[in-house]
Design a protein around this ligand. Structure first.
Ligand code: GLN
Length: 210
């Protein structure tokens, strides 16, 4: 959020959170606990001056349609292409993906940029939501608990993509956290736990100018 004077403080790291739908308040609270300044992004001009951007979980079809209606799809694509840090969680991962399977008829607008194929409701049918233990974002740290809700999985990834975490899927090991340059994506919801480590990891990348 802008400071009370209506300006953002340039000495602080400013994280924008796409606030069209879904779990944006939870991301905002965690980023603030880590000392970052946050901006809820609903208009293209709110992208200016951000150091990093979070695309939250929720419903990617709805988020894509609202983004289209509000003229945000092209500005978001340009932002991602500019090489600045972006983190997509769950539906946000779907929006960041170059390719998605299991989309609604007629498709859905994706922002793209991340060279992966996501299966939209990979864990959705049998297993609406579950929690599991996952490797921490920083190798060697104790594992994190990860919350999956109608979660996608990354079923294919390009050469530039680094797989950070996998879980056992339907007879295969599937990627659930990846990075590619300044892009970070997780199929689960670190903002729905009390563990700040994924948020700290993203903020560290932003501060390092990832
Ligand atoms: N599967 C959902 C979608 O397609 C994502 C679910 C979530 O973000 N928790 O948008």
């Amino acid at each position: 959020m802008p400071s009370p004077r209506g300006r953002t403080d340039r000495t602080m790291t400013t994280i924008g959170i796409l606030a069209l739908q879904g779990a944006f308040l939870e991301h905002e609270a965690m980023m603030r606990r880590l000392g970052a300044q946050t901006v809820q992004v609903r208009k293209p001009q709110q992208l200016a001056g951000l150091d990093g951007l979070i695309l939250p979980g929720g419903e990617s079809t709805t988020m894509g349609l609202v983004a289209e209606r509000w003229g945000l799809v092209e500005p978001l694509r340009a932002w991602v292409r500019s090489g600045r840090p972006v983190w997509g969680t769950c539906a946000g991962l779907i929006l960041l993906a170059e390719r998605a399977t299991g989309q609604k008829a007629g498709g859905q607008p994706l922002i793209g940029g991340l060279d992966v194929t996501v299966s939209r409701n990979y864990f959705g049918r049998q297993n609406e939501s579950f929690e599991t233990s996952l490797v921490a974002p920083v190798p060697g740290d104790p594992p994190v608990r990860a919350v999956f809700i109608r979660a996608p999985a990354i079923v294919e990834s390009g050469e530039q993509v680094t797989v950070l975490a996998t879980v056992a899927g339907h007879g295969e090991e599937v990627a659930v956290a990846v990075s590619q340059g300044a892009l970070l994506a997780t199929a689960f919801h670190p903002e729905l736990t009390a563990d700040l480590r994924w948020h700290a990891f993203f903020l560290e990348r932003v501060r390092a100018g990832a």
